[in-house]
Design a protein around this ligand. Structure first.
Ligand SMILES: *[C@@H]1O[C@H](CO)[C@@H](O)[C@H](O)[C@H]1NC(C)=O
Ligand SMILES: *[C@@H]1O[C@H](CO)[C@@H](O)[C@H](O)[C@H]1NC(C)=O
Length: 480
């Protein structure tokens, strides 16, 4: 009887789960329907890039906060969140299940800004050791069992200029290899692993080729990435496919063997943002090559990229940017877009070859560093003790904190709308009305700093960059 009720509880919690997705060739697909999936995401980093502290609950371990944020992100219309800094030893079952119930996937960075928890941009070999890998594998252990874990980022902007590109690539590809080895041995399903690049055009396409290629064109080459993503801030305010240089990104990634998407986007000048790029990202000029993107970022932090303002008492004020992004998403026909089939088989991964690398000084050494001492034992035997995660049934979907509309009124009775079995969130799934915030988009040109393609690759270098990497970058910059 006990077993039976346990099984019943299990099936109840699994019944309403988003479909598990796969990276297949150059697209994400739902294997049950064969439909392509477009990421409509938001970076989820309450507390900011430097706010990570392993001694306090991380952003996916406080149930009430996850209910609040999943509800608001659901109203916004997104289907995925990116989470940067997580502690593998905390319990994420409730939050993962809450986001699942709201129809949202999780893209997870395995690193954190702390020492021994990320590969450094400066002298990367000094940070590549077993205890570091153990921590990245522990993140995999903690998240591999959730059906809504969509992907792992093996690194974020570890290369951000020519200096770092001279040393980092083989180490970053080695970390990708190690995580993939670990997943193949210890996960019941393949979970895509890839790199999140800074949109520094001098090294962007070399990085892409370096990660996507496979030895002898062999797809079983464990070190080649399953996806490639970039943090791009080249569309600011009122712009266009060409003026923003998105056209160069599309041509540069055409023919990719892996899915491509923006792991961050959303230039914040001029402010408030109008998110005019949304129509282009999910429009016919881009969707053949790109699989959507992730807006930077949910909460307002010092660098001013927020969609909402989070107060210390847990109450939230929706900002103008929230309304603007919501309105842009509402204009896209996602029902049609998310039910398209892949246009055909993807090209195979190119064979790794020095000819793929165009930039002089870019480290295109395809002989990767061997595993550091002690790492093979962890890959073979598993992390010990291993954190484990499982979906749980979510008892309440009602938001308990105060939510303020842009017009100063309060949102009452906000709750997550549980999505159906094998469904993910779409704009309109949660019909809660937001009041206030102008929905008009300005006409004419903007006075933003980066509306021409000449400075298109300009981005705030500290955005989303782990503090450790930032310190290393500053060190490098200081030395030249
Ligand atoms: C590996 O990670 C687990 C889980 O975080 C931890 O308990 C263990 O102490 C780590 N082992 C090593 C050798 O770092
Ligand atoms: C390439 O990397 C391997 C492994 O780190 C190293 O042994 C080799 O010397 C490197 N080759 C070149 C040409 O730098």
């Amino acid at each position: 009887m006990l077993l039976q009720s346990a099984l019943l509880a299990l099936s109840a919690s699994l019944a309403a789960a988003v479909p598990v997705l796969e990276a297949k060739g150059n697209v994400f697909v739902n294997p049950k329907t064969g439909n392509r999936f477009q990421i409509v995401g938001v970076a989820y980093q309450p507390g900011g890039a430097s706010g990570y502290d392993p001694t306090v609950p991380d952003v996916l371990s406080v149930k009430e906060n996850c209910i609040r944020d999943a509800a608001l992100l659901q109203v916004l219309g997104v289907n995925a969140i990116r989470i940067y800094n997580l502690n593998p030893n905390q319990n994420h079952d409730e939050c993962a299940s809450i986001f699942n119930a709201a129809g949202m996937y999780m893209l997870i960075d395995v690193n954190s800004p702390l020492v021994a928890e990320s590969l450094t941009s400066f002298e990367p070999w000094t940070s590549y050791y077993a205890a570091y890998l153990n921590r990245t594998f522990a993140i995999v252990e903690a998240f591999k069992n959730y059906p809504n874990t969509l992907a792992f980022f093996s690194g974020n902007e570890v290369m951000n200029n020519e200096e770092t590109a001279a040393t980092v690539p083989p180490y970053s590809r080695a970390v990708t290899r190690d995580i993939k080895e670990y997943i193949s041995k210890h996960s019941s399903r393949p979970i895509p692993v890839g790199y999140s690049a800074a949109d520094v055009r001098d090294i962007l396409f070399d990085s892409f080729q370096y990660f996507q290629c496979a030895e002898d064109g062999d797809k079983n080459d464990m070190s080649h990435a399953d996806l490639f993503a970039l943090n791009s801030y080249s569309w600011c305010g009122t712009s266009s496919f060409k003026e923003s240089s998105y056209n160069d990104l599309v041509s540069g990634f055409t023919g990719s063997s892996v899915p491509i998407f923006y792991s961050e986007y959303g230039c914040n000048t001029p402010s408030p943002r109008i998110f005019q790029e949304v129509a282009t990202i999910y429009g016919p000029q881009m969707t053949d090559v790109f699989s959507g993107g992730i807006v930077y970022e949910y909460t307002q932090e010092d660098n001013k990229y927020g969609l909402v303002k989070l107060d210390k008492d847990g109450s939230v004020t929706l900002l103008q940017d929230f309304v603007a992004f919501k309105d842009q998403l509402a204009k896209v026909d996602f029902k049609t877009l998310q039910s398209q089939k892949p246009s055909g088989p993807a090209p195979p991964a190119p064979k790794c070859d020095a000819k793929l690398i165009k930039t002089k000084g870019f480290n295109g050494n395809f002989t990767l560093p061997v595993l550091p001492p002690g790492a093979k034992e962890i890959i073979d035997g598993g992390v010990s003790p291993a954190p484990s995660g499982k979906t749980v049934s979510v008892s309440s979907l009602k938001v308990t904190q105060k939510i303020k509309n842009p017009d100063g009124t309060f949102l009452v009775d906000l709750a997550i709308t549980q999505v159906g079995d094998d469904e993910f969130n779409l704009p309109g799934t949660n019909p809660t009305k937001i009041t206030g915030g102008s929905t008009k988009t300005p006409t004419g040109t903007t006075d933003g700093p980066a509306t021409t393609s000449s400075n298109a690759a300009v981005k705030p270098i500290n955005v989303g960059l782990p503090a450790a990497a930032l310190g290393a970058f500053a060190l490098v910059a200081g030395m030249i």
